[in-house]
Design a binder for this molecule. Structure first.
Ligand SMILES: [Zn+2]
Length: 285
């Protein structure tokens, strides 16, 4: 029995390179939805061939209504829609292994559509003093639930960054970053082959390591607290976020907070980015 969660973001998917590609409602986004669904289906197929007993896909991008349910592999189930308690990681409490699909590098870093939650605003993000991104934050939540990250897919720089927070995971680079808005892309038929093969290998390696079934909290250190730091491009954003309980100012454009565990830290972080987003104007953001 190996139940697998796929946390599916969109920026690191085959063919996706520009902001409109991931902006719901645009023609470009409509065009990319089948490519996202294609990457997901290739991974589902590989996971099941590798011995997964159940695959749950959590649509994790923006409004979280990007995947085409009617085209998703019928052997999997899809969690669609927003306002989920664990956001991108919803479903981790019923998984033995997790895949980060279509992920991207963090704010201030090189990488296709690099950002952390907000497209603009944050310029740097650190967890416990280390450069961080959504992948590192979500890997901590997975660890807290006793669930290993077995596969990461995205551009080549995302795969490289994941070595720091998911060293045992397999990786698939579906594109090579040229700039924040340009990439050398593999056509879907090629990336699907790689995704399927590495998903299969990831599940076999997971079984060989004897990682499952999950043992939440087992052997975890007693201090599970984490310190998050976030810098913005303008002081008014740090001032606005400074109103969030437990958050302190960390320089003219920075904020920081310490939370007792990764899940609480991620929830606080979401509040911080929501407040920052609300403090931006259309111009002079
Ligand atoms: Zn996204």
């Amino acid at each position: 029995m190996t139940r697998v969660l796929i946390s599916a973001d969109m920026e690191g998917v085959t063919g996706v390179t520009c902001p409109d590609d991931v902006e719901p409602g645009t023609a470009a986004w409509e065009r990319m939805r089948p490519l996202l669904t294609g990457d997901v289906n290739a991974v589902i197929d590989g996971l099941l061939a590798g011995g997964a007993s159940d695959v749950l896909v959590n649509d994790a991008h923006y409004t979280q209504r990007n995947l085409l349910l009617e085209a998703v592999d019928p052997r999997a189930r899809l969690l669609t829609g927003r306002h989920k308690p664990l956001g991108m990681m919803e479903g981790i409490d019923r998984a033995d292994a997790v895949v980060f699909l279509g992920y991207h590098t963090g704010a201030g870093e090189r990488g296709v559509l690099s950002h952390t939650y907000l497209g603009t605003g944050p310029t740097a993000f650190r967890i416990d003093g280390e450069p961080a991104d959504e992948g590192r934050m979500n890997a901590l939540i997975a660890e807290e639930h006793g669930v290993p990250v077995v596969l990461v897919t995205g551009d080549d720089l995302t795969c490289e960054a994941s070595r720091a927070w998911a060293p045992a995971a397999r990786v698939v680079a579906v594109k090579e970053c040229v700039s924040r808005y340009a990439a050398l892309c593999l056509p879907p038929a090629r990336s699907a082959e790689l995704l399927r093969a590495q998903a299969l290998a990831a599940l076999r390696a997971h079984a060989a390591r004897g990682d499952g079934p999950r043992t939440a909290g087992a052997g975890s250190p007693s201090d599970r607290s984490h310190r998050f730091e976030l810098d913005f491009h303008a002081p008014h954003l740090a001032e606005a976020v400074g109103a969030v309980p437990t958050v302190e100012r960390n320089g003219p454009r920075g904020i920081a907070f310490t939370a007792p565990d990764a899940t609480t830290a991620a929830r606080t972080f979401k509040v911080c980015t929501t407040v920052a987003g609300a403090a931006m104007e259309d111009h002079f953001a």
